[in-house]
Design a protein around this ligand. Structure first.
Ligand SMILES: NC(=O)c1ccc[n+]([C@@H]2O[C@H](COP(=O)([O-])OP(=O)(O)OC[C@H]3O[C@@H](n4cnc5c(N)ncnc54)[C@H](OP(=O)(O)O)[C@@H]3O)[C@@H](O)[C@H]2O)c1
Length: 304
């Protein structure tokens, strides 16, 4: 999910992707402007050649001066160029895809909530009906969520890096975790070039004096990490393997990106899920494409 710590890079991969997209748009607009200037110069050149220097003065197909035809064809090409820059690329481009993905994630979350309410209505938990009724809504308020991308063999990383590039998974990770606390092991934190924007980082380490940039919270146990995130209604456990394993008993929900491939060389793994305890509530398949190294599925699990 994240890149390796590097002394050269000062921006995180999500910001870098946005900057690259912005640069691409600027180049497209510059090319359109140059095309427009060439069209003006070319048209004036043909008109002057015909009317002043009498080039092809007698050539008048359909009784119309010859220069009108190339100018009209060129105008069509220019209009097509304009259309592709401002319509096709604008609505079908990365920004458009990001918005669609955000909408899809929101829809998916809404549907999960609806299903959850329906299931709770149909099968009320015995403890919720009696003395726990008052304390239960309080408990329900917080939903600890694991977010992870794992191969078919549960591989999640190697040499403190990810083993794949899945652009759409990064976008979903950003959409789901933004504005929330993200709890992670020290090694996962060190795999980031920089802290991720718009998220509260809680880093777990056994080291007494572990140094971090300002704003990052350091704790010495998972329990302290959960305590530090107590005001967040949906804190996320974001890895890696050691922390996922320890956090599983406390977790209410898992957002798993199942990468449809196996990775023999991996050295970090997600724990095997006991499917008697976890129920799949959503599943969206995503094929492999030029921005995603492998086909994968967004899967949501809830504790039964
Ligand atoms: N695919 C994904 O979704 C995903 C997500 C995140 C990470 N990853 C990958 O996972 C790998 C890293 O995972 P990992 O298992 O090696 O390391 P990790 O879980 O990120 O961090 C392990 C470290 O956390 C600290 N720690 C663990 N349990 C603790 C406890 N109970 N109390 C206090 N500190 C504790 C220790 O830090 P100290 O040594 O400082 O004491 C330990 O060395 C990388 O390859 C990364 O790319 C993948």
């Amino acid at each position: 999910m994240f890149g390796k710590k590097s002394s050269k890079s000062t921006i995180d991969p999500e910001q870098l992707e946005l900057i690259q997209n912005a640069q691409k748009r600027i180049k497209q607009k510059k090319r359109l402007y140059i095309h427009f200037v060439l069209f003006l110069i070319g048209s004036i050149f043909m008109i002057v050649a015909n009317l002043i220097f009498k080039v092809g003065i007698d050539t008048k197909p359909l009784g119309i001066d010859w220069f009108v035809f190339p100018i009209v064809i060129w105008l069509f090409l220019l209009a097509y160029h304009f259309f592709s820059v401002y319509i096709t690329n604008r609505f079908m481009g990365t920004e458009w895809e990001q918005n669609q993905l955000d909408k899809l994630v929101k829809k998916q979350q809404k549907r999960i909530e609806e299903l959850k309410l329906k299931i709770e209505k149909e099968n009320p938990l015995p403890s919720q009906t009696s003395t726990d009724a008052e304390s239960s809504p309080e408990k329900k308020k917080r939903e600890l969520t694991i977010i992870v991308a794992a191969g078919e063999d549960n591989a999640i990383g190697k040499d403190n890096e990810l083993i794949w590039h899945l652009s759409d998974d990064l976008k979903r990770f950003k959409a789901l975790t933004s504005g929330h606390c993200i709890i992670m092991g020290r090694k996962t934190f060190e795999s980031f070039p920089n802290p991720l924007p718009n998220r509260t980082h809680i880093v777990i380490t056994r080291q007494e004096r572990y140094k971090v940039p300002s704003g990052v919270i350091v704790v010495n146990s998972l329990e302290d990490a959960l305590d530090a995130a107590k005001n967040d209604k949906q804190p996320f456990i974001i890895g890696g393997g050691e922390i996922y394993k320890q956090a599983l008993p406390y977790t209410d929900k898992i957002e798993l990106t199942r990468v449809h491939a196996s990775f023999d060389t991996a050295d970090a793994f997600f724990p095997e899920l006991d499917l008697n305890q976890w129920k799949e509530t959503a599943h969206i398949y995503h094929p492999k494409d030029e921005k995603n190294d492998h086909a994968f599925s967004f899967m949501t699990y809830r504790k039964t």
